[in-house]
Design a protein around this ligand. Structure first.
Ligand SMILES: Cc1cc2nc3c(=O)[nH]c(=O)nc-3n(C[C@H](O)[C@H](O)[C@H](O)COP(=O)(O)OP(=O)(O)OC[C@H]3O[C@@H](n4cnc5c(N)ncnc54)[C@H](O)[C@@H]3O)c2cc1C
Ligand code: FES
Length: 262
């Protein structure tokens, strides 16, 4: 049983990476020290009971020295409120939650679409620390346009990754989807693929990885109320005919374990 903490975390840095995308760095020692790539936290975005429910966010980066980052897009009231939190403010964070990525001792290809890039940075750092005889790892970062992708490129390059970028509108990197960029790479079948993004993208990655013989782990999203297995609101069907709870059984699963409705 993993230990979880509820901490009053102080915002020590706020970065507006694009018009809608914000990165917050918290002083959050217990959660940061216990965190593992692919896990998430639940953040209380307001004071009191408005909004009532905490919001789930992937752990973007965590340092044993106590710093924890989340990277998010403003999509509604909760994320709007979180984006307004200033440096020095305190926020209640619960975590680390869920099961993260299984780190495989082989070459890695990380594939992130839109805000699905968020959990891959922590993963990139931990992979760079793993003793593997595999040469360079690759990360494919995709987004709608330049502002969703460009601000994160250097963050991945610092871990020695070859960065490939794609945008839907062609404003940065290759025009098109990350799946097309992945198809054009010649990667060995031993390459482990780690993926997070919109469902159609992960469904596509599942098909491509199966055809090429690559293992593929995906970080899945679902609407979450409790984040701890208590409300049963986050269940998803599996190919075996059962159900999993994204918050406690995931959010990371083997892609071929899941049902893809696309
Ligand atoms: C495990 C997990 C990790 C996540 N990590 C990140 C992250 O790193 N960065 C990030 O930007 N977002 C992440 N999300 C999504 C994030 O939790 C939602 O965007 C957020 O809760 C929306 O809150 P809101 O109050 O602003 O929007 P709301 O007003 O609640 O909803 C606005 C819109 O967002 C949609 N939405 C709400 N909750 C979710 C959800 N859980 N998943 C998908 N769509 C949702 C709603 O359907 C609606 O269309 C993650 C979700 C999960 C489950
Ligand atoms: S969010 Fe409540 S059980 Fe998963």
């Amino acid at each position: 049983m993993m230990t979880q903490y509820q901490e009053k975390a102080v915002v020590i840095r706020r970065e507006q990476l694009s018009a809608d995308n914000v990165r917050l760095t918290f002083e959050c020692p217990d959660i940061a020290a216990a965190a593992y790539p692919g896990q998430f936290v639940m953040i209380r975005v307001g004071t009191g009971n408005d909004p009532l429910l905490r919001r789930p966010f992937s752990i973007h980066q965590a340092h044993k020295e106590g710093l924890l980052q989340v990277y998010f897009k403003i999509v509604g009231r909760g994320t709007e409120m979180l984006a307004e939190v200033g440096e020095g403010a305190e926020v209640s964070i619960l975590g680390p939650l869920g099961r993260g990525f299984r780190l495989v001792e082989s070459p890695a290809c990380l594939v992130g679409g839109g805000l699905g890039i968020a959990p891959l940075l922590f993963l990139a750092r931990e992979l760079s620390r793993l003793q593997r005889d595999c040469g360079l790892d690759t990360v494919i970062l995709g987004g709608r346009s330049r502002s969703e992708v460009e601000p994160l490129v250097k963050d991945f390059e610092q871990f020695g990754m070859t960065v490939v970028t794609t945008t839907d509108d062609g404003s940065y990197g290759q025009r098109g989807f990350v799946t097309a960029a992945f198809s054009s790479l010649s990667l060995p079948a031993s390459c482990a693929v780690y993926c997070c993004g919109p469902e159609p993208m992960m469904a596509g990655m599942n098909v491509l990885c199966r055809a090429r013989g690559n293992s593929c782990q995906v970080s899945v999203e679902s609407v979450m109320a409790c984040g701890m297995g208590a409300c049963l609101g986050c269940s998803k069907p599996t190919r075996g005919g059962g159900y999993v709870h994204v918050c406690v059984d995931g959010p990371v699963f083997d892609a071929e374990e899941m049902v893809w409705n696309i």
